[in-house]
Ligand binder design. Sequence first.
Ligand SMILES: Nc1ncnc2c1ncn2[C@@H]1O[C@H](COP(=O)(O)OP(=O)(O)OP(=O)(O)O)[C@@H](O)[C@H]1O
Ligand SMILES: [Mg+2]
Length: 340
Amino acid sequence: MNNILDVKNLKTHYSSEEGIVKAVDGVSFSIGENQVFGLAGESGCGKSTLIRTIMRLVPKSAKVTADKLQFKEYDLLTVSDQSFREKILWQGISLVPQSAMNALNPVYRVGDQCIEAILAHTDFSKAEATKTVVQMFDAVGLQADLMKAYPHEFSGGMRQRAMLAMSLVLSPELVVMDEPTTGLDVLVQERILRNLKEIREKTKTSAAILLITHDISVIAEMSDRIGIMYAGKLMETADAMELFNEPYHPYTLGLKNAFPNIKALDRELISIPGSPPNLTRTIPGCLFYDRCPFSIDICRYERPEKIEVRPNHFVQCHRTEHVKEFRKLAGEKKTWQFSK
Ligand SMILES: Nc1ncnc2c1ncn2[C@@H]1O[C@H](COP(=O)(O)OP(=O)(O)OP(=O)(O)O)[C@@H](O)[C@H]1O
Ligand SMILES: [Mg+2]
């Protein structure tokens, strides 16, 4: 499989009054053609920064470095803003932003907004653009007469679908979705993501998808591969089923506990104690140390290297040999009741 996106050792550091915010700090992953890559992690761990970096939406004052940041034949570190806008944005990579819920302009009809987006980026005639939007509305399960409706007449789920339709109209090769289902209830989330699968089949888009969420269980089924992000780093990356069924990193184990699983809605949710570290601080050891129930001394003083625990399954943790025991303990509430 060819990779369409290749990211190696990407760092995005913001400058702030409190110091340098290492929002993305040495992230490496790649996305293959047609692949769905799910990126999960708690609020503030750098997910949006990662994709805003790829989409050139971080402020100019942010420092971006990487060993590689490649989209197809384009080196995103060096390609000009003009080429990026003309050749890559929308037609190569499209974005459904995190604020998708508010991204629609309230005073224009939804269909007109989609048509305008096409006209702005292609040389389609208005009739062609309209036809494309009708097709996309159909693909995402919105009736064509809803094109005449205003955003306030749409439910949250419908708005989300409209944004999805808009992101797909130019047949991009990579669609980036930042928290497309946040704020919607878990069954609606499931439906939208399922829909997405159907849309891909219906529209025969071979688009790869980078799906961002804080909720690991929603993406487990959707994704081919998953990366678990914490404090600017990818703590664990593996094929989706393997990551979900045989996770290695204690943070992944914790995240799995913390979200309702669509297949076990009555399961008790256990949250990870504490909150992610301040990203301006310099921490010598593992960034998850103070919230990890399984940490030992070395975790505090030495940053774990990325290791390949199985083919193509990467983990940054000192204690992977003990994972069988951790998997058992992680399901018990008392394991997570501690303070350091
Ligand atoms: N422009 C900025 N300047 C300084 N710090 C920023 C800026 N944008 C984001 N940050 C900080 O960078 C860190 C990562 O933020 P980011 O929005 O990427 O996280 P996220 O994982 O998308 O979170 P959420 O799930 O809440 O959307 C946070 O600590 C945030 O406060
Ligand atoms: Mg975000």
